[in-house]
Design a binder for this molecule. Structure first.
Ligand code: FES
Ligand code: FES
Length: 208
């Protein structure tokens, strides 16, 4: 992995060439001369222009049985729409690259990584988040089993683990612990609570 090596101010000074005088460079360029990219020197040195604000599009989502209307940048992920626009922060952002499973939600009953989905693509779908499967007063059996089996430590991955575990109950997963581990392999836990997570799932499946 590439390492970022901080530079001391002295090192930075010694390695950074002095900034050229803009006017000197512009006047030094012969009239009609072009830079290496075919642009005039004055254009190369022009300050960056602030991008115009992104256009938005109306998006309607159905989350946990409720309908929501939003105006979103079309590039908004389902994860960001849930967290930043609907304030359903039980769904977590870990890697934001489809690698950790912290953002797992259900779309029409199937688990998905919401960081890899565009919100605008899910109009008309039934989206379920961790807020929709149980409450502190009325835990889903899988939530109760995680508590019973001590299936978490810091809890950051837990909502994603639970959403995958609940979806797994309707998937053709074999009976063994190894089958569960394979089916849950998209959900990472930096605390290493895997053994107890498998135990909690198997308890709900009646395979413990
Ligand atoms: S945040 Fe979506 S997979 Fe990691
Ligand atoms: S409980 Fe801490 S990351 Fe899983």
């Amino acid at each position: 992995m590439q390492q970022h090596v901080p530079q001391t101010s002295n090192a930075s000074k010694s390695r950074t060439p002095p900034a050229p005088d803009t006017k000197a460079r512009e006047s030094a360029a012969p009239e009609g001369a072009e830079g290496i990219n075919g642009s005039h020197a004055a254009e190369v040195l022009a300050p960056p222009v602030a991008p115009a604000s992104a256009p938005t599009t109306p998006v309607e989502l159905t989350v946990n049985g409720k309908n929501y209307s939003m105006s979103l940048d079309p590039r908004t992920t389902l994860l960001d729409a849930l967290r930043d626009h609907l304030h359903l922060t039980g769904t977590k952002k870990g890697c934001d690259h489809g690698q950790c499973g912290a953002c797992t939600v259900h779309v029409n009953g199937r688990r998905v990584n919401s960081c890899l989905c565009l919100a605008a693509n899910h109009e008309g779908d039934q989206i379920t988040t961790i807020e929709g499967i149980g409450s502190p007063e009325n835990l889903h059996p899988m939530q109760a089993s995680f508590v019973e089996c001590d299936g978490y430590q810091c809890g950051y991955c837990t909502s994603g683990q639970l959403m995958s575990a609940v979806a797994l109950l309707d998937e053709p997963v074999g009976p063994s612990d190894a089958d569960v581990r394979e089916a849950m392999s998209g959900n990472l836990c930096r605390c290493g609570a895997y053994q107890n997570i498998v135990m909690a799932i198997q308890a709900v499946r009646g395979k413990a």
